[in-house]
Design a protein around this ligand. Structure first.
Ligand SMILES: C[S@@+](CC[C@H](N)C(=O)[O-])C[C@H]1O[C@@H](n2cnc3c(N)ncnc32)[C@H](O)[C@@H]1O
Length: 354
């Protein structure tokens, strides 16, 4: 079993045992801690605990943890990891979480958590390809507690369960989707923003949270205004753009995408600068014009642009070739968006430029 370091996964990773594949499926430390605080209770069961990245945080925040895992190698690693961190409040059970013999060993539980196994790759993520079988798990464990939390792949669409859908982003990148059932449900949808860089402004938990009903942004701008905002992906994924619009009064830009084609981000705009924790980035709009390479290059030169960060759908392999075609000799770093048939050139407000 190898050891490797990944600060986002666990600050004590150097002390823990895991393979690179275990690490791929493990919950990052910042999320594990956040979730353990949300689910803090007397006795929690971690069903399919793997090598224990989430488990270790539960053990630090809950009185007692029951860890169930069908893979003996992973369970042994989880035990070793708990030992290395001096955690003594975990009971380990080797077996299938749906096996009646395993269920018979469980004490009275306050909360059940499951981070199931999914296929390494799938054309479209589906509930059917997740193990353990989620419907059976809900049916079985609802008899033991009315507080159940289950992780799903955040890319999954059309999830057929009545539960709070909580999308978590870490440093502006979508990271997790957790469904909270029964008494754990606090809203229909929530977007939780976690930051490994800035301390939380409002609480010891998340960095910023938006909760509400799934609601589209109804007010749409026909063209970009003075300021352009890239919305944190957790908000758009949670279907909370309408809620964000209520709070900020910014207009949605239709046809706007930022980043690679697969990482579409919602864009909003306003004539006056609006501050919001839910903006991943804010731009001052310097120019908007019909998109043509010649026209855009001319305008970039007039603006004194040097570095030109592309905020449009470009194949990763072609990114630097395309970018070089637009870059000039100026001092300014600007961002080039393609919104519908228009080019929008903006300067980032508040730094953070590449
Ligand atoms: C995504 S991993 C869990 C990772 C863990 N949360 C962490 O942070 O390290 C899912 C785990 O569920 C286990 N699993 C899948 N189906 C199971 C079942 N029916 N019973 C017990 N464990 C199961 C897999 O062996 C795998 O280790």
């Amino acid at each position: 079993m190898s050891r490797s370091r990944s600060p986002l996964k666990h600050p004590l990773a150097g002390k823990l045992v895991f393979t690179s594949d275990d690490l791929r499926w493990a919950t990052p430390h910042i999320v594990a801690e956040w979730r353990a605080k949300r689910l803090q209770c007397g006795t929690i069961a971690d069903l399919g605990c793997g090598v224990g990245f989430q488990l270790l945080s539960f053990a630090a925040h809950c009185r007692k943890v029951i860890a169930v895992e069908k893979d003996g190698r992973k369970l042994d690693a989880a035990k070793e990891n708990a030992n290395r961190l001096g955690l003594k409040n975990i009971t380990f059970i080797h077996g299938d979480v749906l096996d009646p013999a395993v269920i018979a060993q469980l004490p009275k539980l306050d909360i059940v958590f499951c981070d199931p196994e999914r296929l390494p790759s799938e054309k479209e993520r589906s509930v059917a390809s997740i193990t353990p079988d989620i419907r059976s798990l809900i049916k079985t464990y609802s008899k033991l507690t009315d507080k159940i939390a289950i992780e799903f792949p955040p890319q999954m669409r059309a999830i057929p369960f009545d539960a709070e859908h909580e999308y978590i982003s870490v440093d502006g990148a979508l990271n997790r989707l957790t469904l909270y059932f029964g008494k754990l449900k606090r809203a229909e949808r929530s977007a939780e923003l976690l930051s490994s860089i800035s301390p939380s402004p409002d609480s010891a938990l998340g960095w910023a949270v938006l909760r509400g009903k799934e609601q589209e942004a109804k007010k749409v701008a026909k063209r970009v205004l003075n300021f352009l905002y890239e919305v944190d992906p957790a908000v758009a994924k949670a279907g909370l753009l309408g809620k964000l619009q209520e709070e900020t009064k910014a207009l949605l830009l239709s046809g706007g995408t930022a980043g690679a084609a697969t990482q579409k981000a919602a864009l909003m705009t306003s004539s006056k600068l609006i501050g919001s924790a839910f903006w991943k980035s804010t731009f001052h709009v310097l120019a908007a014009l019909p998109f043509s390479e010649k026209g855009v290059k001319k305008r970039l030169e007039q603006l004194g642009a040097g570095n030109v960060v592309l905020r449009m759908a470009v194949d990763a392999a072609d990114y630097w070739d395309v970018r070089k075609r637009f870059e000039g000799r100026g001092e300014k770093t600007v961002h080039l968006f393609r919104i519908g048939s228009d080019a929008v050139i903006g300067e980032m407000v508040g730094g953070g430029d590449e």
